[in-house]
Design a protein around this ligand. Sequence first.
Ligand code: UT7
Length: 327
Amino acid sequence: MQGVHIIGTGSYVPKRVLTNFDLEQMIDTSDEWILSRTGIRERCLADKDEAASDMAYQASLVALDDAKVPPGEVDLLVVATVTPDTPFPSTACHLQRHLGASRAAAFDVGAACTGFVYGLSVAEQYLRTGRYRTILVVGVEVLSRIVDWTDRNTCILFGDGAGAAVLQASEDTSRGLLATFLHADGGMADHLIMYGGGSRHPISEEVLHRRLHFLRMRGNETFKIAVRTMIKASLEALDQHGYRVEDVDLFIPHQANGRIVEAVSKRLGIPDEKVFVNIERYGNTSAASIPIALDEALRSGRVKEGDLVLLIGVGAGLTWGSALFRW
Ligand code: UT7
């Protein structure tokens, strides 16, 4: 079996920033409420003509440059998103065209906020077995297109962005990706869902009238489940490798809500300095949140060679999972 290594990362967020004060002008809310309940101050929103593959392209260029890999050497493109450019073909195919990655196979994975961890796990299988050598995994979301901007329960939470990682197989199995763990519970599908636009409720006047083309979330229940599953996902990854919480140098959780991250850290006894948090600037960017955070953690020197790094995802589905690295 081959070792699997992240050899380059990149991220991109749109230029337009929407602050909590801007939201005060749009709906009945306040900066104080949003900040204290979520830890978010602002989020970035895509331009009208900016689609998922455009943002994925920007993040991918940076990641490929960081990895010193030309697009033509990529064997597989995996894009995690719930806001694709088009229902079909996949956003990965649109990205392949933008990049000119003509040799790469391309497909999307749909696991909502856990999408990047799912994408890493898919890539891991192809790399370990030697089927492919170089894989680009991207998490990208344009959630601003599916958020109901009149619903204060949800619109304050989400933002747009993209993050990418270049993974490569190598003989070195002592470092790199140690393991990924994936889970799902479809019994909780209604907790966070977009009902309209699929084969159950195809786009129609009725769907638009009932506002089914926007995401819906049962915030309170999702909050509690997110805390429980993130704890479970963290402990599973560590237990299986004989590590304890204190062995981890950096936790990079999905940036769902600052209070969720705080609750998980508190229950696991993780000190603040070992948890990467950037939700203040981006809000919850779903599949993009972990790769953006990972890219920022690496670029700001928060990860050193030899560090144990744990990525933890949870999201709609319900889905959850983790990826453990020895950097
Ligand atoms: O990405 C993974 C999945 N997503 C998540 O993990 C998100 C999980 N959930 C959450 O982050 C939180 O549940 C929210 C931030 C969405 C809501 O926070 P909360 O502390 O659970 O608030 P709540 O829903 O219990 O609402 C408390 C009060 C309500 O008023 P009443 O009924 O007590 O009078 C809401 O109507 O706050 C009100 N409220 C607001 N007030 C001002 C809800 N949204 C807002 C708002 N501004 N934007």
